[in-house]
Design a protein around this ligand. Structure first.
Ligand code: BG6
Ligand code: MG
Length: 212
């Protein structure tokens, strides 16, 4: 069936901000004396801010009250936003702009399906927000990836079914969410990590709309 919409995750798919999340979580983990590796970080990709903090605390066997957790999330987000301040259209990952504009010129709808509460700010900084027919971000959902809520809502906002859409994801949790929702899924990254994706490419520069 021909694709009617592409639903893009944001961090690590269209913009190189996954490294900023990693640096900010690493700084927070260091401040708590919790060892934190890139391998563990793979388990945080796509996961909401609160669920990410809970995972880090569990790795350190640390129990904190809810006020302290709120303070830590605010701190992490402040450090993250310091990096985001510098984001420009040049930070888009390879092939992103070409792929989005190919969608527009072929009447394929474009949606965002991101867990981030900072998505609007980042899409504005990238100067691509006008290309999106639907934006579903961390402010609109209650269930974090690997729950499919974010992608199901994006499809619904476009009056489409999962079978009409292809999801693009760099996170294990995001690929799981897409498959759980009945979507086809293109992984962006390492095929040995994104094992559940239907196909894995290294970036949007390595795939054509006509191949979907
Ligand atoms: C996802 C990232 O896109 O958004 C996660 O992959 C991040 O690493 C999540 O935790 C929530 O982002 P934010 O910007 O709301 O803290
Ligand atoms: Mg991502």
């Amino acid at each position: 069936m021909a694709v009617k919409a592409c639903i893009f995750d944001m961090d690590g798919v269209i913009v190189d901000t996954a490294k900023f999340h990693f640096k900010a979580w690493q700084r927070l983990a260091d401040s708590l004396g919790i060892p934190f590796t890139e391998h563990q970080n793979e388990q945080l990709k796509g996961v909401s801010r609160v669920d990410s903090l809970e995972k880090i605390l569990s790795w350190g066997n640390l129990e904190l009250n809810s006020q302290k957790k709120i303070e830590l999330m605010e701190l992490k987000n402040k450090w993250y936003l310091d990096f985001v301040e510098e984001v420009t259209p040049a930070d888009m990952l390879p092939g992103t702009f070409g792929f989005l504009t190919a969608c527009k010129s072929n009447d394929v709808k474009v949606a965002l399906g991101s867990s981030s509460k900072n998505a609007i700010l980042i899409l504005e900084k990238l100067e691509i927000i006008h290309l999106f027919d639907s934006i579903v971000d961390g402010n609109k959902i209650t269930l974090s990836k690997p729950n499919p809520e974010v992608f199901l809502r994006a499809a619904r906002e476009m009056d489409l079914t999962p079978a009409d859409c292809v999801v693009f994801e760099d996170a294990i949790s995001g690929v799981e969410a897409a498959k759980a929702g009945g979507f086809r899924c293109v992984g962006i990254g390492d095929p040995s990590i994104l094992t559940q994706a239907d196909r894995v490419v290294d970036s949007l520069a390595s795939i054509q709309l006509s191949e979907l």
